[in-house]
Design a protein around this ligand. Structure first.
Ligand SMILES: NC(=O)c1ccc[n+]([C@@H]2O[C@H](COP(=O)([O-])OP(=O)(O)OC[C@H]3O[C@@H](n4cnc5c(N)ncnc54)[C@H](OP(=O)(O)O)[C@@H]3O)[C@@H](O)[C@H]2O)c1
Length: 342
């Protein structure tokens, strides 16, 4: 069948696992596919479109003939292997944070800045942070109309943001907590998450912000293409399996009314606007397993005349990672940057 030769790197991880499902759901034209992970996964197999495939160890030769690499590994692995894949002729769509702030790598949310895909100088497209993606999906229609001046965001991030190990850690803690047994020591999270919230679940940077907070701050400006936007973030891990929530306060150069902002959000791609007056509010249990950025609780900020508050929720593994990456791959085809092989 005519299509694209694809490789999924990090195929055994939380994001890599979903990548298979998202490719199938979106009917991405796959001609051939390979699944790569660490040597630890040797002997494992995965299913794709009714066929079982071996998980192969990640080696430089693994990229021969591959057109698109969907990579979801730790940053250190990506720093080594994504340039090798690009050198072998593939375009890499990379979920790690390794390439996001590289000026030669576009940082793409297709609903926001797909045109950046015309400038892939290193053969690597960076997929943004899972908080920054839905934040920019929601800010884009507002920024286009009233220009964002400053964003203050507090996040409520799910355990799966720490990958398969994070989820396993949380499940073990949760079961012990519910049974009233001693909580097992954390292995992926940096403390007890069952019945608790953690604001230092990431490495602390020298500026007093965590690495996660600094990613949200820097990436939001790069995706929206406006270095003058002020961004401040507080990132918090909460006892939720999947989907990140964000409480956002946005100050604009010009003042939108709540109704105008709601109208702009309602028409924007990728957004489902919910109405709290009808009892609808974005919640992780509803967003998990979907590709929407759910937005609600849009209201005027009583402390500032040019400012609005809103609440948003999106699935961190799908729109925050796998779906966004597959959407980028679709854009590469649509723009003729990658062409199906017979
Ligand atoms: N989880 C999220 O919500 C999310 C969202 C956006 C971006 N990301 C980013 O996406 C990447 C993957 O995240 P994840 O949550 O899927 O993590 P994960 O569940 O821990 O999966 C990591 C994957 O990388 C593979 N890997 C690790 N070391 C390797 C090596 N030396 N060589 C080859 N493969 C190796 C693992 O293979 P083995 O199973 O063989 O070890 C596994 O397939 C990370 O950079 C993360 O920051 C995650």
């Amino acid at each position: 069948m005519a299509g694209i030769d694809v490789a999924i790197v990090g195929a055994t991880g939380a994001v890599g696992d979903l990548m298979r499902q998202v490719l199938l759901e979106r009917k991405f034209p796959v001609r051939s596919i390979r699944f790569l992970a660490s040597a630890k996964s040797a002997g494992k197999t995965v299913e794709f479109a009714g066929k079982r495939y071996p998980v192969e160890p990640l080696r430089p030769e693994a990229f021969e003939g591959v057109q698109i690499v969907l990579s979801s590994t730790p940053s250190a692995v990506s720093r080594e292997y994504s340039p090798l894949a690009a050198r072998a002729g593939a375009i890499v769509i990379d979920n790690s944070s390794a390439w996001r702030m590289d000026p030669d790598c576009p940082l793409v949310v297709p609903e926001v800045n797909a045109a950046q895909l015309q400038h892939i100088r290193k053969g690597i497209v960076a997929n943004p942070n899972c908080v920054a993606i839905p934040l920019c999906v929601a800010l884009k229609p507002l920024h286009d109309r009233w220009r964002v001046k400053r964003v203050v965001v507090a996040t409520y991030q799910s355990s799966s943001g720490k990958g398969a190990k994070g989820l396993a850690d949380f499940e073990a803690q949760l079961q012990a907590w519910v049974r009233g047994e001693p909580i097992p020591p954390p292995t992926a999270h940096r403390g007890q998450l069952a019945g608790n919230v953690l604001t230092l679940d990431w490495t602390l940077d020298t500026n007093g912000f965590t690495e996660e907070e600094n990613k949200v701050i820097q990436e939001t400006k790069k995706i929206l293409g406006d270095a003058e936007i002020g961004v401040c973030a507080t990132c918090v891990r909460v006892p939720v399996r999947v989907a990140h929530s964000e409480a956002v306060t946005v100050e604009f150069h010009q003042q939108p009314s709540v109704d105008e902002a709601r109208a702009a959000l309602r028409q924007a791609p990728g957004i489902r606007l919910l109405d709290e007056r009808q009892g609808e509010v974005p919640q992780p249990i509803h967003a998990a397993g979907t590709d929407w950025t759910y937005v609600g609780r849009v209201r005027s900020d009583p402390s500032h005349p040019h400012s609005l508050c809103l609440w948003l929720v999106a699935d961190n593994l799908r729109k925050g990672a796998a779906t966004n990456a597959v959407q980028c791959a679709e854009e590469l085809l649509r723009r003729g940057i990658v062409s199906p092989r017979p």
